[in-house]
Design a protein around this ligand. Sequence first.
Ligand SMILES: [Zn+2]
Length: 114
Amino acid sequence: MQEKHSFTIGDRVDYICITCGEERGHIVASISKKGQITRVSCPICGSRVPYKKGLTRRASMKIGAPYDRTHIYRRGETMMHPTFGAGEVTAVIEPCKIDVLFADRIRRLIHERV
Ligand SMILES: [Zn+2]
């Protein structure tokens, strides 16, 4: 299997997190000179692990409710954003800001805005 596109640090890749015990989107933490992923980090537990091909499967993300900026999101909640698609909250940064992992990368969104 050939990887068609090369990855860059910060990209999202689906990987099984041993610590969390489930498959989720991970962030590419380091890449080799050839553009191969060498390490990935889990945005939920923060563990950084060597990347081995074969431990990934096609994304099987639960589809969340449509993104609602007035909703108070918690870590692990899923959403469907009109522009970015399906996402999972990986961190609540401040009362009004969340980091959400989408199909390509993490984006910062606002929430709790009435
Ligand atoms: Zn984890």
